[in-house]
Ligand binder design. Structure first.
Ligand code: FES
Ligand SMILES: [Fe+2]
Length: 429
């Protein structure tokens, strides 16, 4: 459990909040490039860390993230005209470029210099791997983007999607790193042989009480799970949590890797940007179909929205007959099952009411790392991970070994989790 004070400290990310200041040291992925696909396309409202903003792509193709509200009389620039390298407010015609400079003020006398004194808030923006990122912190603390393996894989090796979840980002991440739920929440009932298999196949079927090992690193932490498999061997899966909101999920051998980013929209919602990628070959039609339909990994959305089809308002389309006969939850789709659990306590769960158990080790650790990070920043100690993108050269991993030893006692396994050839390595694994 956490005290009410610590729970507030952990979950509040708006301007001026200690956790908000901590988050603002990191680059924020916030939308997909194809949401502002063309130069001068319609602008898109974005709320990020509790700030109401507007994204647009100017005539030269540059992506921009600015205050949503015009500095003149604070009307929404969403209604503005995106034209000639700037967004023009339709109320009185003031126009701003991607850096927030006022470049035209046609409602003032021609000799007025007032436009040189008016600025629209704007944040530095970068694009990488089909994702748009913003930096919202102090100018002198801005560093490079995190160096993540999937950033430079070919387009046909990568699938990206985004949706919004109705809860605080910490709560959503806690669901992702909650290792104990897999054997229950995602269980199928219809086939007893698979009954114990939380997700799929023999790697999970024989051992539903894995041994857990959590190790801390400069990027955050690695969560190892060891299951016994056939012939007395051991199956290790290593997932990562990386500052401040990345999760990397180990693939079943031969399958694509998954990375998720759980980015605060505001304190009661988070943006989930989900990546699936392979190093070895292009994604298959079947993989893409499974992700696009929400059958695996990604959420199926109501067309034209960021809302999953199965959501809090429709009880995730729970089917009680299905629950009685076929699946543990009666909810179809792993993402929907997870969301039902992490959204159901309310947007910010009251952590002072919890009764944590041994299976919550990673969750306790992540809370501590986030709170310690924000407290250190209050003392003037900058987060190292925000300052050095190379810290993120790491990947999830799974492996079957003969010896009954911990994953971090094997140098070769630790080596396999490092992205040694740099970002975008195409090395076969
Ligand atoms: S409110 Fe935008 S130009 Fe007047
Ligand atoms: Fe899950």
């Amino acid at each position: 459990m956490l005290s009410r004070e610590d729970n507030e400290y952990l979950t509040r990310t708006g301007p001026g909040a200690p956790m908000g200041n901590f988050m603002r040291r990191f680059w924020m992925p916030f939308m997909l490039s194809d949401e502002i696909a063309e130069p001068d396309c319609p602008p898109v409202r974005v709320t990020l860390l509790g700030e109401d903003l507007l994204a647009f792509r100017d005539s030269k193709g540059r992506a921009a993230l600015v205050d949503q509200f015009c500095p003149h009389r604070r009307v929404s620039l969403f209604f503005g005209r995106n034209e000639d390298c700037g967004i023009r407010c339709v109320y009185h015609g003031w126009k701003f470029d991607a850096d927030g400079n006022c470049v035209d003020m046609p409602s003032e006398p021609a000799d007025s210099t007032y436009k040189d004194k008016v600025k629209l808030k704007s944040y530095p923006v970068r694009e990488k791997a089909g994702i748009v990122w913003a930096y919202m912190g102090p100018v002198d603390k801005q560093s490079d983007l995190p160096e993540l393996e999937w950033m430079n894989v070919p387009d046909d090796h990568l699938y990206v999607s985004r949706w919004i979840q109705q809860c605080n980002f910490v709560q959503a991440v806690e669901g992702e790193i909650d290792s104990a739920h897999v054997s229950f929440l995602h269980r199928k009932l219809e086939n007893d042989a698979q009954n114990k298999a939380a997700l799929t196949g023999a790697f999970f079927a024989n051992d539903t009480a894995p041994k857990w090992k959590v190790t801390e690193s400069d990027f955050g932490m690695t969560l190892g799970a060891r299951r016994k498999v056939e012939n007395g061997r051991f199956y290790w899966r290593m997932n990562q949590w990386l500052y401040p909101f990345y999760t990397m999920i180990a693939p079943v051998p031969g399958e694509a890797r998954t990375v998720r980013m759980w980015v605060p929209v505001d304190d009661g919602r988070c943006n989930i940007i989900c990546i699936s990628y392979r190093n070895d070959k292009p994604l298959s039609e079947q993989e893409l179909h499974n992700w696009q339909t929400g059958a695996a990994g990604h959420a199926a959305r109501i067309p034209g929205t960021l809302t999953p089809i199965a959501n809090l308002d429709n009880d995730y389309n729970i089917d009680r007959e299905l629950q009685a006969a076929e699946s543990f939850t009666g909810i179809t789709g792993i993402r929907a099952q997870d969301a039902a659990m992490t959204e159901s306590p309310g947007r910010i769960v009251d952590r002072s009411q919890e009764h944590l158990a041994t299976s919550d080790t990673a969750i306790i650790q992540m809370r501590k790392l986030l709170i310690d990070g924000a407290r250190n920043l209050e003392k003037g100690i900058e987060p190292a991970a925000a300052q050095d993108g190379a810290i993120y050269r790491v990947r999830s991993h799974s492996v079957v070994i003969d010896e009954e030893i911990d994953f971090d006692d094997r140098a070769d396994i630790l080596e396999d989790m490092r992205v040694t050839a740099g970002v975008g390595t195409q090395a076969a694994e």
